[in-house]
Design a protein around this ligand. Structure first.
Ligand code: XUL
Ligand code: CO
Length: 436
C-alpha cells in the first residue's frame, strides 16, 4: 500500500517549470566542477523530523496527519514506518538518510529487549536499503529524550547513565556498521550544564573524552572505519552545551588527542545560535581539517531558538557551497536535512514540498558558487589584499626571519606604515549580487 499515491518520482524539469512537485535546479546528473550534483550534495533525509515529527510545541500537541502511523510505540508500527520512509526517500530521489536509534525503533521493557527491537527494525531497514539503493549517511544514538539522561549521558553526574549510554552507543555503532553507514554522529544532547553551582565541569569533560575514546576503540574492534562527527550546538536543551561551536570542538579534540578520529557535522541553525554564520563555522572547520558533513536547515531571524526550518535562501546556500567547494567537497559527508515542516504544514505532501525546496536551494547555491569560483574575482581580491605578505618584510616574517628586535629596527627606520587600501565591502557585496 502506497503512503503517497498522488506522488510519483520527482523529476528535474528546469528553471521554467511551474510544477511544485518538480526540481527546478537539482538535476542529479548535471556536472559541476567535474562531479555530478548528486555526488556533490549527497542529500540525506532525516528520520526524526520527517517520519517522527508531529508538529508538537510547548503550547500544544502535534498537528501532523500521518495516515500510515498508528501512533503506538509497537515494533510493528516501527517496521511499517520503515516502508513508508523508503517510499518517500525513493520518490524524492535523495541518496541517503540518517537516524537516531530511537527514531527507528522503540524502547523495550529493558535494555536487552530494546536492543532486540532494534535488530528487528534493522532487518527491515536493510531490506529497504537493498531494494532501493538508498544508503545510510550516519547513525546516532538518542541520549537526551529519556528521563534517565536528565543530567546528561557521558557527562552525567551519575556513572550509571554513562554506562547505559555506552551500551546504547555500542549497539548503535554495530547497527551503523551493519547498514553500511558512512559516518557516526555525536550531538551532545544534554552534555552541558544548567548551573555551575552543582557542576564539576572539568570532570564532566574528562568523562566525555573517555567516552569518545571508548567509541574509537570499539569502532576499531568491529572495523567501523567511518569518521565520528561531533555536531556543535551552543545551547538548547542545556544552557551551556559543551560542544559549543567549531572552535570549541577543535580545542576539545586537540586537548584529548581525538583529532585523528573526529570531524564535525555543522548545522546552520546551531551556528547562528552561537552568533556565528554557517560560513564561519565551515571555514573554521575546513581550515582545521575537520569539515565532515552538514545538517542543512535555517533558523528564523526573529526567533532565538532552534527552529530547524528548511533552507530556501540562495545567499545562504551559496555561501555554504562556496566554502565546501573551497575545502574540496564533503567527501563521505553529505547535506543532511535536519529540518522540519512547520506545525501548520500538517499534510504528508508538505514533506515533499519542503525537501524539494531545500534540494533546489542547495543546487542553485552550488551553481552560483561554481560560477563565482570560475571567475575567481573574489579570490583575486583577497590575494591582492594580502599581497604585502608576498614580498619584503611580510614574506620575511612568514619565513621566520624576523624578531621583535629586527622589526623594531625596520620600523624605526621606515617611520610609518605604507598607505592602507580599502576593504571594499560594498563593492564586493554588489559583486556577489551580480552572480545571484
Ligand atoms: C538537535 C540536532 C540533532 C542532531 C542529531 O538540535 O540537531 O537532531 O542532528 O542528534
Ligand atoms: Co542536527
Amino acid at each position: 500500500m502506497s503512503a503517497f499515491p498522488e506522488v510519483s518520482k520527482i523529476q528535474y524539469e528546469g528553471p521554467d517549470s511551474k510544477n511544485p512537485l518538480a526540481f527546478r535546479w537539482y538535476d542529479e546528473n548535471e556536472l559541476v566542477e567535474g562531479k555530478t550534483m548528486k555526488e556533490h550534495m549527497r542529500f540525506s533525509v532525516v528520520y526524526w523530523h520527517t517520519f517522527r515529527g508531529t508538529g508538537a510545541d510547548p503550547f500544544g500537541p502535534g498537528t501532523a496527519i500521518r495516515p500510515w502511523d498508528d501512533g503506538t510505540e509497537s515494533v510493528e508500527n516501527a517496521v511499517n514506518r520503515v516502508r513508508v520512509a523508503f517510499e518517500f526517500i525513493e520518490k524524492l530521489g535523495a541518496p541517503f538518510y540518517a537516524f537516531h536509534d530511537r527514531d527507528v525503533s522503540p524502547e523495550g521493557a529493558n535494555l536487552t529487549e530494546t536492543h532486540k527491537h532494534f535488530d528487528t527494525v534493522v532487518a527491515a531497514l536493510k531490506e529497504e536499503q537493498e531494494r532501493t539503493g538508498i544508503k545510510l549517511l550516519w547513525g546516532t544514538a538518542n541520549m537526551f529524550s529519556n528521563p534517565r539522561y536528565m543530567h546528561g549521558a557521558a557527562t552525567s553526574c551519575n556513572a550509571d547513565a554513562f554506562a547505559y549510554a555506552a551500551s546504547q552507543v555500542k549497539k548503535c555503532l554495530e547497527v551503523t556498521k551493519e547498514l553500511g553507514g558512512e559516518n557516526y554522529v555525536f550531538w551532545g544532547g544534554r552534555e552541558g550544564y544548567q548551573n555551575l553551582l552543582n557542576t564539576d565541569m572539568n570532570r564532566e569533560l574528562d568523562h566525555l573524552a573517555k567516552f569518545f575514546h571508548m567509541a574509537v576503540d570499539y569502532a576499531k574492534k568491529i572495523d567501523f572505519t567511518g569518521p565520528f562527527l561531533i555536531e556543535p550546538k551552543p545551547k538548547e536543551p542545556t544552557k551551556h552545551q559543551y560542544d559549543f561551536d567549531a572552535a570549541n570542538c577543535v580545542a576539545f579534540l586537540r586537548k584529548y588527542d581525538l583529532m585523528d578520529h573526529f570531524k564535525l557535522n555543522l548545522e546552520t541553525n546551531h551556528a547562528t545560535l552561537a552568533s556565528h554564520s554557517m560560513q564561519h563555522e565551515l571555514e573554521y572547520a575546513g581550515m582545521n581539517g575537520v569539515l565532515g558533513s552538514i545538517d542543512a536547515n535555517t533558523g528564523d531571524l526573529l526567533l532565538g531558538w532552534d527552529t530547524d526550518q528548511f533552507p530556501t535562501n540562495y545567499y545562504l546556500t551559496t555561501e555554504v557551497m562556496l566554502t565546501i567547494l573551497k575545502y574540496g567537497g564533503l567527501s563521505i559527508g553529505g547535506v543532511n536535512f535536519d529540518a522540519k515542516v512547520r506545525r501548520e504544514s500538517f499534510e504528508p505532501m508538505d514533506l515533499f514540498y519542503a525537501h524539494i525546496g531545500g534540494m533546489d536551494a542547495f543546487a542553485k547555491g552550488l551553481k552560483i558558487a561554481a560560477a563565482i569560483r570560475a571567475e575567481g574575482e573574489f579570490d583575486q581580491f583577497v590575494k591582492e589584499r594580502y599581497s604585502s605578505w608576498d614580498r619584503g618584510v611580510g614574506a620575511d616574517i612568514e619565513a621566520g626571519k624576523h624578531t621583535f628586535e629586527t622589526l623594531d629596527a625596520y620600523m624605526q627606520e621606515k617611520g610609518e606604515i605604507t598607505q592602507n587600501s580599502s576593504g571594499r565591502q560594498e563593492m564586493l557585496e554588489n559583486l556577489l549580487n551580480r552572480y545571484m
